[in-house]
Design a protein around this ligand. Sequence first.
Ligand SMILES: Cc1ncc(COP(=O)(O)O)c(C=O)c1O
Length: 454
Amino acid sequence: MSIINFIEKFKKLNRTLFTTPSHGQGDFVAPLSLKHIGHKFFTCDYSEIEGFDNLSNPIGIIKTAQDRAAEIYDAKATFFLTNGSTSGIVASMYAILKRGDKVLIARNCHKSVYNGLVLTGAVPVWLMPQYNRDWGIFDAINIDYLEEILSKNRDIKVFIMTNPTYEGVMSDIYRISNICKKYNVILIVDEAHGALWNFHKALGTPALIQGADIVVQSLHKTAGALNPSALLHIGKNSPLGTQAIKNALNLITTTSPSYPLLVNIEATIEFLNSEKGKLYLYDFVKNVNRLIRALKNIPNLEVYSYNNDVTKILVKVTNMSGYELSNIIYEKYGIEDELANEKSVLFLTGLGTSKSKLKKLEKALSEICANNIKITEDDSEKHFEPIEPRVKYTPGLVWGREYKEVELKYALSRVSMELIADYPPGIPVLLPGEVIKKEHLEYLSDRQKIKVLV
Ligand SMILES: Cc1ncc(COP(=O)(O)O)c(C=O)c1O
């Protein structure tokens, strides 16, 4: 039976619960929560009571829902995550990597990979993806460069990469997974931004069906689910078993998973997999494509269209930095983007992006370009250029070590004890254990001090 059906039936049994959660399925709801969240959410919130299942070792309704999801996604196993992709990434690393193991990581990774490095004590080898200066974004993974690194470092055990990138750029996972297999390397793909791909062919090809061993997807980013719901899939032909992942997830996640989130995860997958859901998604993608076509006709506006997921609308305006465009569209039109850089601005769309919202964006961009509106000359934002890291100590080795704060002018060549990663996108610029270079100081020029290893 599905989680949703079970809860519906359970409610009718009218049981008297002396259990957690203490709100008693909505018998108490703090007044402001009632006003803003509503009562119904609480009526779905249970613990591991009789008949319910346990996310840490599912044998009942959660197992049924996860098995069904695995079937839908064509995975060996699928895990529901109520702690976001962050928990999936950390658990994947924890399940596979031991202290001292070498792991290749594309540097445009999410900062949760750093958490995994601290916990596992693994040794990172950084792959620097090409940086596209015209757009201020990272390009796809260069396959030859990947092969070169793997052939020179035969002891690398795992490769972790983000696909698509935050801005939607897609790499050739099929070729990457084949190279990983050739060098006996486990491939973990952070597909946090590709959760719709399994349900619409024109968006991108899921890493799971291209040979990745582990794929992590955030359902909240594009697929319309609640924060922070996510999925972890194990590839059908992967040598990895499910127990190690389960153990690692249990080590880092709550023992009180949110049933409202589990219900929402199940409902989202069922919807996406239904005829109605497919039509809805088809319509959404059609609307986004219509907007992109319209944007391409606006003079002085450029839309990024090169091997990317169309739901991530990346634009730039002639003679205007991304930061300026971001400020204007926010201040004059009340439109908030996902992120901006010195060149471009990213508008993230998803299942909740209505036609009228897209229209509003089109109108705003068209007016800005027609009138060349400028509100501020904003040069306060940081200029980002990827900086090749120089690892002195692995993150696990410096965790908890003594540090002190020094003025930036004394920080050159010291070992950082800070994780510098603006959010979004949460891509690390400098990690604890890495040597502070001149380029870091330029990037951090608006700060006074930085924590360094004593
Ligand atoms: C590429 C990428 N991976 C992972 C994450 C973490 O996802 P979650 O918020 O679901 O934990 C993010 C969040 O911003 C992300 O952008």
